[in-house]
Design a protein around this ligand. Structure first.
Ligand code: AVI
Length: 339
């Protein structure tokens, strides 16, 4: 619920509803029938999964959230000073918009007012975070878009012609790290298509670092990350009538230095049979067999340059923390070759 003082400053654009149930069923079926079993990490975020992810962000070992917040707190005024005209601020996958506050504050300080357009699949998360932001910032207008990233991007593309303001698109939290490297280029390239020359992307990206730091960050002592990953089996049991015995599976996170990725898996500890009646599946797991659940890719400075270039951007400026754990990268769209 918006309070009286926020009235008229909030609108929500509902994108086409995704058939998540269908996509989930297809993904579980193909993932469990594959020679190397795997699941897609996009299904980790049901209500409980989203809460568990928030809990991960507060674990002492999981540095990315805190480090990125500290960078943004320090450099937000510098970031916003790189854009002359008052921009609209767009955020992809905004969730609670906790770190975005620093950008919002700096933009309002500089220009007096701001249009903020968060894109998130969760309508509830958008409404909740907007209520807090509108109360805190009287100069703020929120136009929330409830949609998947890609659909939200298409809605943005349709708007591109109608707005005179440049857009600053924030994609924080190193969410790009959950894409395979090639898919990250494809996704950023698609984003590039919906931008005009004066627009910028602010990309928060986790850097390659010591394996011990990464292994601890993705296998916290309190076991929160393990619960978050195992929650996908809970979801299969609840939504598809499965009978996964959680005790049979052990969570494992392992940083592969060569790939530059933390691989998160569930390892079957003893032979077991899993039935998923809604999918007509009866699957055998051997002892030691794994289900690949998620990857979190880390980037070097050279890899960031290549990612930007291959997706049609130039790195305009970067900001890091003292330990070089995390980087904010400002990307400038480059003209298409031949245009
Ligand atoms: C959302 N994403 C950037 C997180 C990450 O760090 O890769 C997801 C995560 N999975 C386990 N811990 C955090």
């Amino acid at each position: 619920m918006m309070s009286g003082s926020s009235e008229g400053r909030f609108t929500l654009i509902q994108g086409p509803e995704m058939d998540t149930n269908r996509a989930f069923r297809d993904d579980v079926r193909s993932g469990l029938l594959a020679r190397s079993k795997r699941m897609s990490c996009r299904f980790l975020y049901d209500d409980r999964g989203s809460k568990l992810f928030e809990e991960i962000c507060t674990q002492p070992e999981y540095y990315p959230t805190r480090v990125e917040a500290s960078i943004l707190e320090r450099v937000a005024p510098k970031i916003v000073s790189t854009i002359d005209a008052p921009p609209h601020l767009i955020e992809l996958g905004s969730g609670s918009a906790e770190k975005t506050r620093f950008l919002i504050e700096a933009l309002i300080e500089r220009h007096g007012s701001l249009v903020f357009e968060p894109i998130d699949i969760s309508r509830a998360a958008l409404e909740e975070s907007a209520a807090g932001l509108l109360e805190q910032f009287p100069g703020l207008i929120v136009r929330a878009i409830a949609a998947e990233y890609i659909t939200g991007l298409e809605l943005l593309a349709q708007e591109a012609g109608s707005s005179e303001s440049p857009r600053l698109v924030a994609w924080l939290g190193s969410s790009i790290g959950n894409f395979e490297r090639r898919d990250a280029v494809t996704f950023l390239g698609a984003l590039r298509q919906s931008l005009l020359p004066a627009d910028r992307i602010l990309l928060g990206i986790d850097l390659r670092k010591d394996a011990a730091v990464l292994n601890a960050a993705y296998d916290d002592a309190a076991g929160t990350t393990g619960r978050f990953i195992k929650n996908l089996l809970v979801r299969i049991n609840r939504e598809l009538g499965g009978n996964f015995d959680l005790e049979c599976f052990r969570y494992q996170a392992r940083y592969d230095e060569e790939q530059g990725a933390v691989e998160m898996s569930l390892i079957c500890e003893r032979p077991c049979q899993v039935m998923i009646p809604e999918l007509g599946l009866d699957i055998h797991f051997t002892a030691g067999e794994s289900i690949h659940m998620e990857d979190s890719y880390k980037y070097s400075a050279t890899e960031i340059e290549a990612l930007a270039r291959d997706a049609g951007f130039l790195v305009q400026e970067c900001w890091e923390d003292d330990r070089h754990y995390f980087r904010e990268v400002l990307l400038e769209p480059q003209p298409e070759p031949g245009s």
